[in-house]
Design a protein around this ligand. Sequence first.
Ligand SMILES: [Zn+2]
Length: 202
Amino acid sequence: METTNYYNDDSKLIIPSLFYDSISNMPIERCQVCQKKIIETDAEYMIEKVFRRNPISGKMEVMFEFAICFSCALTFVNSYSAQSKENLQRYFAEHLEGRITHIFQKSITSEIDIYDHLSTCAITGKKVTELEEYQIIGRFRGGFLKLDEPPFLIGANSMDDVADLLSNETIDNMDDFTGKYLTGPPEFRDFFKSPRRRPVLI
Ligand SMILES: [Zn+2]
């Protein structure tokens, strides 16, 4: 008997190594918040990674990365104020429309296409090679990247624009979240100090 696939073949891709755990160089196994095994349980989840250029070597380095399952992300998003939610939805609806069009024009069928797709800021169109800092966000199910909701890259300037849309109440909730779950080594904690970076969960 054939097993049922949840999507068509062209709407998913085996997790590209770009989204791997940068230390183990293997797929991230657990939700950062509830510790659920996301690949084993075929869970829906997001991965967010932030890269920053090392001023000495000139190379991009991973500043932080995490996976969060949909149920934890939903709990988190539900803690946003109504105003913040509305602002975010409007912003992404206005600014990410071009990205959606792009994805239909050029289909992603391999990891190389992912690099191509993530070579410009989804908001400004700026080339990744011109950015000093950016983040990539992808949605996944089990061992696969979802392409029906394609991954995207946003530059640090746009990340700041997004942060400006958030109410103080929402920012407090986010800071509780980052303080609790995104700690790790001291350089990670410094990362969330001024100018602060906050996870993008929409
Ligand atoms: Zn979770």
